[in-house]
Design a protein around this ligand. Structure first.
Ligand code: S3P
Length: 424
């Protein structure tokens, strides 16, 4: 499916962004091993999370739809051995977190995905799971895991990856002894918070987090907050279009995810948090954001990177409009997401007229430069599709996104939200 985007004048109004993808995946998976049923309210109905729910159903999870936006999830004590490969679609989180859960059970599992997922590295989870005693084949999908009888390890992760951390800790819940993971800088800590909310003891000391094997945890009632990674597309657009003001309702503002707000402070974009509260240990707020009077350039590096890793493509669009050179470093992980995002962001921004220097681990973007509409192939990457859709809203001419169906992965009503907030 192709979609076209043209310049708009401003954004006005309020919206509830799609529910958080990371949290929805975890809610479906963690409900599957709880000691009692759970209720998940407002889960993200994007394709990635629907794939997770389907995989969990194949593994024995029962679900009842209470309303269009509420599921009751009933765990099974013994997970079912599926008769066919589990399909994880486009979703690295599904494959990597589920790997930890199946590796710690007496199951023989094959997992596969689409063409994008089939290129993504799985050695990063194979290593800790093999050290714990699981059999794991496949450096890239499909992967084959034979699990059960794991022993706890201490794992020093070479990457700040919540997927690697979560996979290892989830396997540790059924392993003998203690399992701990140390990461180079803090990645999103949703797993730790949600396990805590289920009554499981998770101990954090600095960058090391550990769990004791043999803990099950109880069911939960979770209203999933909005996804900051999705909301950032519209927050950046509001900042760039004069006379804009939008309110993002019910946004997840976990500090391990709020890197985009740090960038807004660096740039000089005005925003305010109201109605702050918590949902199952996750901080939530409404965020009001308006147009920036000036746009200072910004730097992304070091510990900030994992706090905004998925938002760098849209922040690169912001950089093209800042007065000076913005720097993105230490972000090599971008190259192994749903696509090589450094390559696709840089090459397409240059084709739109931006000044971009590419590094192995990031880029430098000199602004401000006017952008012109082009045709962009999203290469099965939802965030590339939405990044250039938003770039198209500030560019001259028309921007055509090829493969725009990928947007359904994480933001099924992207076009409707844009149409509702846009002022022409
Ligand atoms: C996610 C973690 C991040 C992120 C991905 C979702 C998660 O990946 O890019 O979209 O839900 O744990 P890494 O942990 O591999 O950096």
């Amino acid at each position: 499916m192709n979609l076209s985007f043209n310049r708009i004048a401003a954004l006005q109004g309020e919206f509830r962004p799609p529910s958080d993808k990371s949290l929805t995946h975890r809610a479906y998976m963690f409900a599957g091993f709880a000691s009692s049923p759970s209720v998940v309210r407002n889960p993200l109905r994007g394709e990635d999370c629907e794939d997770t729910r389907n995989c969990m159903i194949e593994l024995g999870l029962r679900h009842e739809q209470l309303s269009p936006s509420e599921f009751r999830l009933i765990p099974t004590q013994e997970w079912t051995q599926p008769t066919r490969p589990l399909y994880c679609g486009n979703s690295g989180t599904t494959m990597r977190l589920l790997s930890g859960l199946v590796a710690s059970r007496p199951l023989d599992i094959v997992m596969q995905g689409d063409a994008s997922l089939s290129r993504r590295p799985m050695k990063r989870i194979a290593e800790p799971l093999r050290l714990m005693g699981a059999s794991f084949d496949g450096d890239t999908p499909p992967i084959h895991i034979r699990g059960g009888n794991l022993k706890g390890i201490h794992y020093q992760s070479p990457v700040a990856s919540a997927q690697v951390k979560s996979c290892t800790l989830l396997a540790g819940l059924l392993a003998d002894g203690t399992t701990s993971v140390t990461e180079p800088s803090l990645s999103r800590d949703h797993t730790e918070r949600m396990l805590n909310g289920m009554g499981i003891t998770v101990v954090r000391e600095g960058l090391t987090v550990s769990v004791q094997g043999g803990q099950q945890g109880h069911g939960f009632d979770f209203d999933v907050p909005g996804d900051i990674s999705s909301a950032t597309f519209f927050m950046v657009l509001a900042a760039l279009l004069n006379g804009s003001q939008i309110t993002v309702k019910n946004l997840g503002v976990n500090p391990s995810r709020t890197g985009p707000l740090d960038i807004f402070r660096q740039v000089g974009i005005p925003f305010e948090l109201t109605n702050e509260h918590e949902s199952l240990g996750e901080p939530v707020a409404d965020v009001i954001i308006g147009t920036a009077p000036i746009l200072r350039p910004f730097t992304i590096e070091g510990d900030l990177v994992p706090r905004l890793i998925d938002e760098i493509p849209i922040l690169a669009v912001l950089a093209t409009q800042c007065e000076g050179t913005s720097i993105i470093r230490d972000a090599k992980e971008m190259r192994v997401k749903e696509s090589d995002r450094i390559e696709l962001v840089a090459s397409n921004l240059v084709r739109m007229g931006a000044k971009v220097e590419v590094f192995e681990d990031g880029m430098a973007i000199a602004g401000p430069t006017p952008l012109k509409g082009i045709q962009v192939d999203s290469k099965l990457d939802h965030r590339i599709a939405m990044t250039f859709a938003i770039a198209g809203c500030i560019a001259s001419g028309t921007t055509k996104i090829i493969g725009a169906e990928s947007i359904r992965t994480s933001f099924p009503d992207f076009e409707e939200v844009l149409a509702r907030l846009a002022i022409h």
